[in-house]
Design a protein around this ligand. Structure first.
Ligand code: GLC
Length: 553
């Protein structure tokens, strides 16, 4: 266990002196970047009351896109000294996860660590964490966090996993509940988490060069930092990155929340009459990133941006997109203990055994002639499920079987349950977040369907390839950046462009066409398994981004 240098630590409660300073918010630090003329002009136009036409807006967006920094994956990372990075997230494997953010917070810090960066992670200490994982935690210290008029206890625990140090923020009132999100006071819970992260830095033996925050739950970290802490020498040179994993979830609340709960002056998080935590992070962070280059461009457009396009266009000089990778050691059909039989690109025969077992366990007709389509997804509208609903009977009529795993909106859950009742040996549905079953589907299905309306990155299409399951995806966000259509010799999946059920069906039919051409299909499967979806390239891009920020200190 790391020793805490209590002497170095500042008192947990702010002194009277410091309180006075806090009353006058510090101005945001001067930014060094110059905004390109095209952006300034676009911003000026943006202030005009009405947009003249959709075409004009598209031109505007394209002009801004031209100015986005291009991430160059070819450059080799500097081998120099490692940096200290604190990765703040509301979930992270192996401790707790409910979706893709948990995967990234598990695998990216590990990849950075392997590349000599001192990357550590901070998570809330949820009551839902499995007891065997909780056992690994050691108590480190405690202090009081001030949140508006509240003074709340905060404990810090520590654990090491895969060489990465994890800090856990403990407050049982906020985090000892069943489930991790979806409570009436989520805004307050994660405001506490964010403030506690900033306070914690004074109490542990680790001062990061870069604080890397993720999604709205940690959006207030750069806000609190700039609003209250920069006056303190200790905090002055910490740089911040804010990564958007999904722009749909912004942490939006009524305006009363700002003073009474967050304890912030109005301007920092006020956006279009509401309290919007993501707005605060976009404005206050040194760099805003998202999880694929295509999504970084898409969110400048109102079709994708859920109301944030104006703000993002104003801040696009600090916006960039870096494609996620997956943990290729954790997701490896050759060693995966949860699948029926291990296999690899060199010896792919075991995949057929996985298919037979999956068909049996899911109550489907057991036949190698039926193409099995997997759908592993949160069952929500932006995953493109309306297209699937629209065309579903045709998929079955064409002799395919469908396995659905996920949970979400009642409308989709009940639709898929109804389909399973209508076609019992062709459609199987399991509602829930069941990681072990997901792995069995990756291994046993022939095709994975991801027709997302928008997809910031998507990890399932990469995992599918790794397990020799051909993805059928809509060309959007990270799906466009990771899956090349099999019309190209380098292809590893099937893609379609417009958000249209018939186009999606066309892509599924192209997959089925290849499926019945066994030699060609086997070649495609083998190739998909060999595509490199690891963090090799993207971890280097993150390091270069951190280095660029570090040079600004
Ligand atoms: C969110 C996004 C998904 C992305 C993941 C990790 O879940 O919806 O596209 O892959 O975050 O960044």
């Amino acid at each position: 266990m790391k020793k805490v240098n209590k002497k170095k630590s500042a008192p947990a409660q702010p002194t009277a002196d410091r309180k006075k300073k806090e009353a006058a918010p510090a101005p945001a630090p001067e930014r060094e970047e110059k905004k390109p003329a095209a952006i300034l002009q676009a911003q000026a136009e943006e202030k005009a009351p009405e947009k003249e036409s959709a075409a004009l807006q598209l031109q505007e967006t394209q002009a801004i896109c031209e100015t986005l920094p291009k991430t160059d994956g070819q450059k080799t990372e500097k081998g120099g000294k490692g940096m200290k990075i604190l990765f703040a997230a509301s979930e992270g494997l192996p401790f707790i996860a409910s979706g893709g953010l948990g995967d990234v917070a598990g695998s990216l810090p590990k990849a950075l660590r392997e590349r000599r960066q001192d990357c550590r992670v901070v998570l809330p200490l949820y009551g839902d964490m499995k007891p065997e994982l909780r056992q690994k935690l050691h108590y480190l210290c405690n202090f009081t966090v001030q949140l508006a008029w509240r003074n709340q206890y905060c404990g810090v625990f520590e654990a090491t996993e895969n060489g990465v140090t994890y800090y856990f923020i403990d407050n049982e009132y906020y985090f000892r509940r069943n489930g991790i999100y979806g409570f009436f006071d989520d805004g307050e819970r994660f405001a506490f988490f964010s403030k506690a992260i900033v306070d914690m830095l004074r109490h542990i033996d680790f001062k990061p060069d870069i604080l890397h925050c993720n999604d709205w739950q940690t959006a207030l970290v750069p806000v609190y930092l700039n609003c209250y802490y920069r006056v303190d020498e200790f905090y002055r040179d910490i740089r911040t990155v804010f990564t958007i994993h999904n722009i749909q979830y912004q942490g939006q609340y009524g305006p009363d929340m700002i003073g009474d709960v967050l304890g912030l002056p109005q301007g920092f998080v006020e956006y279009e009459g509401c309290c919007n935590l993501m707005k605060g992070a976009i404005v206050q962070s040194d760099i805003v990133s998202t999880v694929s280059p295509t999504y970084a461009h898409e969110i400048l457009d109102e079709w994708y941006a859920h109301g944030m396009d104006r703000l993002l266009r104003e801040n696009c000089w600090k916006l960039r997109g870096i494609l996620n990778g997956i943990d290729t050691v954790g997701y490896d059909p050759q060693t995966d203990k949860h699948i029926y039989k291990n296999y690899s690109a060199a010896e792919p025969e075991g995949k057929a055994v996985n298919k037979q077992n999956l068909q049996r366990d899911m109550g489907l007709c057991q036949s190698g002639d039926i193409m099995v389509v997997g759908l592993i997804s949160r069952l929500v509208s932006h995953k493109g499920l309306d297209l699937v609903k629209y065309i579903f009977p045709r998929i079955i009529e064409e002799g395919m079987a469908v396995v659905v795993l996920g949970s979400g909106d009642y409308m989709y859950e009940s639709f898929f349950q109804e389909m399973a009742a209508t076609y019992p040996d062709k459609v199987a549905v399991r509602l829930g977040f069941i990681p072990d079953l997901a792995r069995k589907i990756y291994a046993g299905a022939d095709v994975l369907l991801m027709p997302s309306k928008s997809e910031p990155c998507g990890l399932a299409q990469m995992v599918a390839c790794r397990y020799g399951t051909i993805p059928v995806v809509r060309k959007t966000g990270g799906l466009a950046d990771s899956i090349i259509d099999l019309g190209d010799p380098d292809g590893c999946g099937y893609t379609f462009q417009s958000y249209n059920a018939h186009d999606m069906f066309g892509a599924i039919k192209r997959a089925q066409g290849l499926y019945y051409n066994k030699p060609a299909w086997n070649r495609a499967v083998q190739h998909a398994m060999q595509v490199d979806f690891s963090w090799n390239k993207s971890a280097g891009e993150y390091i270069r981004m951190y280095e660029e920020l570090n040079e600004r200190r």
